[in-house]
Design a protein around this ligand. Structure first.
Ligand code: TA6
Length: 281
């Protein structure tokens, strides 16, 4: 059995995936939220805050939140949309594969903030040293709609001050605090303060070198045009009730995002985007 359903924190249901190589992953149905991923022979690869709250009306701090249909506060909906606050259904119950598919359809709750009818699916596949997530959005409405989406991946690092993010040189980005676009001229991004950048039309592959942890993450995305890099640093971390003050040192978010140009979907159409993360020692 490579997938089973069990009870996680606060009684919330979660799925545990395992692979013959020894790798494991955990997914809460609340938000279709991956909270743990341990590649074969390696330590935990995702950051999850010690202060994370597991409550049905809150998003879990860390892991991989699903952002849909709005990114951040770029629109009238609750921050990062509602998908991370909804209970998803486990639909593909083939327990012999190291894979799970979760689904979210529109409901009274989603219509209250966003009227369209839609079907969202998240397919999670576990390999020996890689984890792959594919988000699909189908327009099941009679009218077109547009949306933004992201896989808000929190990577666990040993010391963010010794992390280098490679692959973003020559890419334009917008800092959350600024209006204008800037060009990233640095061969590698290092983190020594708050970083909250939306890179537009980012390359498919970004490498995150965790020097203190002696490992490198290869983050590959398909059909997500943009990438986000986020570390809150000291002050913002201290203001977050669901993150310990010093935990900003242990994480960096490298997100596959579709934000600069929202996706427009006609009735019956489906959009699909993938993020694959691989860990090399
Ligand atoms: O993706 C970066 C970001 O939009 C940041 O601005 C930061 O606020 C982060 O997401 C986390 O948002 P949250 O609502 O989960 O606290």
């Amino acid at each position: 059995m490579h997938v089973h359903r069990t009870t996680g924190q606060n009684g919330l249901p979660k799925l545990v995936l395992s692979h013959d190589s020894g790798s494991t992953a955990e997914i809460y149905l609340h938000g279709a939220h991956i909270t743990s991923w341990k590649p074969a022979g390696g330590a935990e690869a995702l950051f999850l805050s010690r202060a994370a709250q597991f409550q049905s009306d809150k998003s879990i701090r860390g892991g991989i939140p699903v952002v849909f249909p709005q990114f951040a506060d770029l629109g009238p909906l609750p921050k990062h949309g509602f998908a991370r606050l909804q209970n998803w259904a486990w639909i593909e119950q083939d327990e012999s594969a190291s894979r799970a598919v979760l689904r979210l359809d529109e409901s009274e709750a989603t219509r209250a903030t966003w009227p369209p009818a839609f079907r969202a699916e998240l397919a999670v596949e576990l390999g020996d040293r890689d984890l792959s997530l594919t988000l699909s959005i189908e327009n099941t409405d009679a009218r077109p709609f547009d949306f933004a989406a992201a896989l808000h991946t929190y990577l666990r690092v040993a010391d963010v001050r010794r992390v280098a993010v490679e692959g973003l040189q020559g890419v334009r980005y917008r800092d959350r605090a600024e209006q204008e676009l800037r060009l990233d001229e640095a061969p590698r991004l290092t983190i020594a303060g708050e970083v909250d950048r939306l890179y537009l039309n980012a390359p498919r592959t970004v490498q995150v070198e965790d020097r203190a942890g002696n490992r490198t993450f290869r983050v590959e995305s398909k059909n997500f045009a943009d990438a986000v890099v986020w570390n809150p640093w000291m002050e913002i971390a201290a203001s977050l009730p669901d993150m310990e003050d010093d935990e900003y040192l242990e994480m960096v978010c490298v997100e596959a995002a579709q934000v600069g140009e929202p996706v427009e979907l006609a009735p019956g159409e489906t959009w699909q985007g993938t993020q694959q993360i691989e860990v090399a020692a």
